[in-house]
Ligand binder design. Structure first.
Ligand code: 8IG
Length: 272
């Protein structure tokens, strides 16, 4: 039995084998990780062939935050270029849960070991850039890690120059030219930023702030998958409007806007 902490890649290989067994599919093509409020985007993909708890696969932890599902779905999507097998994670583990980075990236590693060549990472985030409004989806162009946490261990000096695939971003912007792009800053949480921290983030070039996505993007890229990151701005970051941040408001804004993103995703998945 491979252990998630002592052999995270071996553990992902085991989880991918169990996934193949549960779905009867030897491989999947693309993975989507749905952040808070993105469940309606997954629903727009249609009816999954399989749905089960992430904890049915080795190495996955039970989720701890309301609205972060911990469910895995497998879809057969018929596209212009034939059948696409999509693996969808509803919910994820975050660094702020305090279990280390291994469980945070276990899903995307499992997906890549299951054959996925592209990984779509979605999240709900705070808007730092004043041009962005609540309910707006933004493509992640690049990131700044303020956690400094990498999922990689050892002399694995991975280049991150094109971490958020230019090619895939171009496909989405061709489908919807109104899509904005921005730099996402990773904050450990679970406390939100102070207004002074948001001013600092804006000064160093950040447009969006959130508590996910970055370790998963690095882990997927290091294993050779292409990454697309999409943030849904669900609140103005601290100090931007003077309003306080509430988890309930964040969830509501996410749910309201994710449906149209689901339509966009189902249109572009077969081109990715
Ligand atoms: I949703 O304002 C969401 N996630 N760090 N700051 C951080 N994470 C977030 C925020 C926010 N909104």
């Amino acid at each position: 039995m491979s252990d998630l902490y002592s052999d995270p890649i071996g553990s992902a290989v085991l989880a991918a084998a169990k996934l193949a067994e549960l779905t009867g599919k030897p491989a999947h093509d693309v993975a989507l990780v749905m952040g808070s409020g993105w469940i309606s985007a997954a629903d727009a993909l249609g009816t999954p062939t399989h749905e089960f708890l992430a904890t049915e696969l080795p190495g996955f932890l039970a989720p701890t935050v309301a609205g972060h599902g911990g469910v895995i779905r497998s879809y057969d999507l018929q596209g212009a270029n034939g059948l696409i097998r999509a693996l969808v994670f509803l919910g994820r583990t975050h660094l702020y849960e305090g279990k280390g980075v291994e469980p945070v990236v276990h899903g995307v590693r499992t997906a890549v070991k299951a054959g996925c060549k592209a990984v779509v990472l979605t999240n709900a985030c705070g808007g730092i850039n004043r041009d962005f409004s609540v309910g707006q989806p933004v493509l992640i162009r690049d990131h700044i890690s303020l956690t400094g946490v990498s999922p990689l261990i050892g002399a694995d000096f991975v280049d991150l120059t094109d971490l958020y695939s230019k090619r895939i971003r171009a496909i989405l912007r061709e489908e919807d030219p109104s899509l904005a792009e921005g730099v996402y800053v990773h904050w450990r949480g679970p406390s939100y930023e102070t207004p002074a921290e948001i001013n600092f983030m804006r000064t160093i070039g950040a447009d969006l702030v959130g508590m996910s996505t970055v370790p998963e993007a690095i882990a997927a890229h290091a294993l050779g998958a292409e990454v697309l990151g999409i943030s849904l701005v669900t609140n103005a970051a601290a100090g931007v409007t003077g309003e306080k941040l509430s988890h309930e408001e964040v969830m509501a804004a996410g749910k309201a806007a994710a449906g149209k993103m689901g339509e966009l995703l189902s249109k572009v998945l077969h081109k990715i």
